[in-house]
Design a protein around this ligand. Structure first.
Ligand code: GDP
Length: 298
């Protein structure tokens, strides 16, 4: 579907080999090709600009070696820069010294938070933890039921408001859940929160109140990779309104090239920690910056 950056650069540098340093004209041509490749991968424009400036700088200093042709050499630089922005290494969950560890999920409605809660539960169980899921999304009538279904599939208990007790008050439910978790020896608490279709001050405040009540060790901003360039605007709003420590990119099984990962990481300075790539609870993995770099380039 796409011409890869490798193909583009190979065409740009046809016949150029062992020529010493790249000329300014070569670097300009390179910058153009990288720009197109990144925009096609849905990377946000300001991020593309900054990225190209960094690559230009490195390309200027690079010797054209005999071992790598210029296209390969630029690809290597681009790849290294991508991996650096994406955080270099996989960013692991920071578990609390004194359990329970609290992981709060935040993001727009439909981003995949509830599904992610189930995926995380299964993943945590696989690592020997005893998670508890908390239904603090009381906005949508069926959100609690949906989390209960997901919890059942993951073989993980779900703390939900008792009828008449805390209904409509997600902060209270979150507090009660913490007591329950301590009582029942759950060492990780995953709190699902409500999202709306757009950015909404009231809901942002609710998420901030839940945050203050449960003091999360990790707040994961959940974002649909398919929203592409819009991911940046949403991420900035959540960073300001609630704050977050890491990012989860969902729906990577679609045809999104993953530019959202790069944009969000660069603009917010928070790393993508997990990737969701399907509706099944096992369609999930920790995020690998090097693999995402290849996805953006190929
Ligand atoms: P929430 O509103 O943020 O809680 O989002 P949900 O967890 O309800 O997910 C919204 C929709 O996206 C549901 O139909 C999910 O099955 C679907 N979904 C969630 N994660 C993924 C994913 O990684 N890939 C695909 N294809 N669908 C997903």
């Amino acid at each position: 579907m796409f011409t890869t950056l490798q193909d583009r650069l190979t065409a740009t540098f046809k016949g150029l080999r062992g020529k010493g340093r790249l000329s300014e004209a070569d670097i300009d041509a390179t910058a153009r090709e990288i720009r197109v490749a990144l925009l096609e991968a849905d990377v946000a424009l300001p991020v593309v600009r900054e990225f190209i400036a960094a690559v230009r700088e490195r390309a200027r200093g690079a010797e054209v070696s005999q071992a790598l042709n210029p296209a390969q050499q630029i690809i290597k630089i681009v790849n290294e820069e991508l991996v650096t922005i994406l955080g270099g290494e996989t960013r692991r969950v920071r578990f609390a010294k004194n359990p329970p560890t609290v992981i709060m999920l935040a993001g727009l409605q439909g981003a995949g938070k509830t599904t992610l809660a189930g995926k995380l539960a299964l993943w945590l169980k696989g690592q020997g933890h005893a998670p508890l899921l908390v239904a603090a999304d009381l906005q949508r009538p069926n959100a609690v039921t949906q989390l209960q279904v997901v919890g059942e599939r993951a073989g993980t208990p779900v703390f939900a408001p008792e009828p008449g007790n805390g209904v409509g008050d997600p902060v209270r439910v979150a507090r009660q859940a913490m007591d329950f978790a301590r009582d029942k020896q759950h060492d990780v608490v995953v709190v699902d929160t409500a999202g709306r279709l757009g950015i909404d001050a009231e809901l942002m405040q609710q998420a901030a109140d839940i945050r203050d009540a449960v003091q999360p060790d990790e707040i994961l901003f959940v974002v649909d990779a398919m929203i592409g360039q819009d991911a940046v605007v949403t991420a900035e709003a959540f960073l300001e309104g609630v704050g977050f420590t890491g990012v989860v990119l969902t729906k990577l099984d679609g045809d999104a090239r993953g530019g959202a990962a790069l944009s969000v990481a660069k603009v917010t300075g928070r790393q993508v920690m997990f990737a969701s790539n399907g509706e099944k609870l096992t369609d999930f993995d920790v995020f690998h910056p090097d693999r995402m770099a290849s996805r953006i380039l190929d």
